[in-house]
Design a protein around this ligand. Structure first.
Ligand code: COA
Length: 440
């Protein structure tokens, strides 16, 4: 095993404990039933089926996400902050997700130092991205950039050299740390090439990870850097069943390395029912503004527009959720940020009016199980306010953050020796035959 940093050593001690715990659990309660699967669930996107272990976070349908047991408001209080800042540092959230312990300032510094030591990205990655037409969707560029790093996978190299299964977590950790060191630079480059003059801005070693990302995009507003810290913290993980996390988890279970897994996860995040909703919200709001010739619509106009969208068979972007049944606390955190920093912003006014309008309408329509806003209902208006008006880019910001949770969990999946995922599929004929053989 290569020499260990404090963080890695701490992780290893946690892994040893958890392995023992899981081994005993399986021995004593391996046959305990977590639930049953209904026909409706098999046809209905597997909602609610408990069939996966994901250690870093858990989602409660009413309360929202808890990261290693802590809610977002708790973490906004308790995670270390940048000097003079009020929002949590994502380095701290990473430490918490990885080790299950709240970090000290020193722990956060160590994560930061690890990532900074790994930030250099080979030129071929930028050349590969540059080979794509500039109007390629930024999420495609992002997935391609991640895959272009794959040839340097430590896990793949060590696997082909031969290693014990108990050691898998170690090279997986190395790949994940390498990725997290490089992702902001790659993502910022994609922003600059798609929407600015294409020049790369290099890291400023005086800035934390999130502030550096903003800096490399070319944005120096201290307020935006605060938003970036908050944004990258709250989007980091949403338990394991969401499409991007689950995709990455499935790919990883084949012992594909972290680059393949994360690129696949980002492909899932690119769908309009998942991370792309963040840009759809803004497009939808601005379409209304254009129709009305700009400004803030009246409540009546808003109600009409929401109904028009529904009557055209479309969804209201940013509303509803596969698991949540209340307002997403990630929405609330961004709303609090807006109330503090941009209370008079036009778009924020509209986002707030939608919050007062849409839930009643969705309830009246009676289809959506959750009429409340999710995280994506708010993100775009904050980005727009600080001048990131290129909404095709918004999902990349989401992706950089989501990489934290996906990658942490991939280390734990290796540590706990999770096998290849292979659920059973059935045909409609099989279902019908079983129902008639066994009764409904
Ligand atoms: C997130 C989402 C995909 C969850 O899907 P789900 O778990 O199938 O949601 P539900 O069980 O509540 O769906 C039941 C019905 O309500 C509809 N519905 C759900 N959310 C809706 C919304 N925001 N606007 C209009 N209709 C909605 C569904 O389309 C479905 O209609 P159908 O029976 O005609 O197919 C869905 O709420 C949605 O499409 N939201 C808008 C996109 C979005 O914000 N995505 C980001 C999620 S973080």
């Amino acid at each position: 095993m290569s020499s260990m940093s404090n963080l890695k050593e701490k992780l290893f001690s946690k892994i040893e404990l958890k392995r023992k715990e899981v081994k005993e659990l399986l021995k004593e309660s391996g046959d305990y039933k977590l639930g049953e699967v209904s026909v409706a669930q098999a046809y209905g996107g597997m909602r609610g089926i408990k069939c996966m272990v994901w250690e870093p976070s858990a989602l409660d349908k009413n309360e929202g996400i808890r990261f290693r047991g802590y809610t977002i408001p708790e973490l906004r209080e308790r995670l270390p902050r940048a000097e003079g800042g009020e929002e949590p540092l994502p380095e701290g959230l990473f430490y918490l997700l990885l080790t299950a312990d709240l970090p000290t300032e020193e722990d956060v510094k160590e994560v930061y130092n690890e990532w900074m030591a790994r930030k250099e990205t080979p030129q071929h990655v930028f050349d590969t991205i540059n080979g794509l037409p500039p109007d390629t969707h930024p999420m495609t560029q992002f997935s391609v950039g991640i895959l272009a790093l794959q040839k340097d996978s430590v896990f793949s190299t060590r696997y082909h050299e031969g290693m014990y299964k108990e050691e898998y977590w170690d090279p997986q950790y190395e790949d994940c740390m390498n990725l997290l060191g490089k992702l902001p630079g790659i993502a910022a480059f994609i922003y600059r090439r798609s929407f600015k003059d294409g020049t790369r801005i290099h890291t400023d070693e005086n800035l934390d990870w999130a502030a550096n990302y903003a800096h490399m995009m070319g944005i120096e507003s201290p307020e935006y850097k605060e938003l970036m810290r908050l944004y990258l913290t709250i989007h980091a993980d949403h338990e394991g069943g969401n499409a991007s996390a689950h995709t990455a988890h499935l790919i990883g279970s084949t012992l594909s390395d972290a680059y393949y897994s994360l690129a696949g996860g980002m492909a899932a995040l690119s769908g309009p029912l998942h991370g792309l909703a963040t840009q759809e919200v803004l497009i939808w709001i601005q379409h209304l503004q254009e129709k009305l010739g700009g400004g803030v619509p009246t409540k009546k106009q808003l109600v009409e527009y929401v109904w028009e969208t529904l009557n055209n068979g479309q969804v209201i972007p940013g509303y509803g959720h596969a698991v949540l049944r209340k307002t997403d606390p990630r929405y609330t955190a961004q709303r609090e940020f807006a109330l503090k920093h941009l209370p008079d912003d036009d778009l924020f006014q509209i986002v707030s009016m939608l919050y007062e309008t849409v839930p009643d309408i969705l309830r009246e329509q009676g289809k959506a199980k959750n009429p409340w806003p999710n995280v994506d209902a708010h993100s775009g208006c904050l980005q727009w306010h600080y001048g990131i008006k290129d909404y095709d880019y918004y999902t990349v910001l989401f992706g950089v953050s989501r990489a934290i949770g996906i990658l942490v969990s991939s280390i734990w999946s290796r540590a706990l020796g999770f096998p290849l995922e292979r659920p059973k599929s059935v045909t409609t004929d099989w279902i019908k035959e079983n129902i008639s053989a066994n009764g409904s």
